[in-house]
Design a protein around this ligand. Structure first.
Ligand code: CU
Length: 132
């Protein structure tokens, strides 16, 4: 609960270097990469490991828990957006040298595989669904 509260309080979506070693920002606090290594916080990634089995690997969507877990992460995204309505998605543009994880760093209008949808088109889901 403390890890989630800390992530929801972070007013910045993401920070340089925009990847798994970023130690500040909502994205990586929820994701749990660099933050986990620095301060023993996990959120999204640790749940995959705690559940184990298929959830711990690339077959995780085969586990029904995956969908519950990712629905919860989506709920946290919604709560963060409501708590910080003026916060921008970052990075606004793909960095010139995105470094490690470069295949997973997308600017606001960069098409993302496999469907080539941009982050901008996914920021606001309120016209499709909303949380009570
Ligand atoms: Cu996941």
């Amino acid at each position: 609960a403390d890890d989630v509260a800390r992530a929801l309080k972070d007013p910045v979506y993401d920070t340089e270097p925009w990847n798994s070693i970023s130690t500040e920002g909502f994205r990586n606090r929820i994701e749990g990469w660099g933050i986990h290594r620095v301060r023993n916080v996990g959120n999204h990634n640790r749940v995959h490991q705690w559940v184990g089995g298929p959830m711990a690997g690339a077959a995780s969507p085969e586990d029904p828990v995956f969908w519950l877990h990712h629905s919860f992460i989506d709920l946290l995204w919604d709560r963060w957006r409501k708590a910080h309505p003026k916060a921008a998605y970052l990075p606004g543009r793909k960095p010139a040298s995105p470094g490690r994880d470069r295949d997973y760093v997308f600017g606001l209008d960069d098409p993302m595989p496999p469907w080539n949808v941009t982050p901008r088109k996914l920021l606001d889901h309120s016209k499709i669904y909303r949380y009570a």
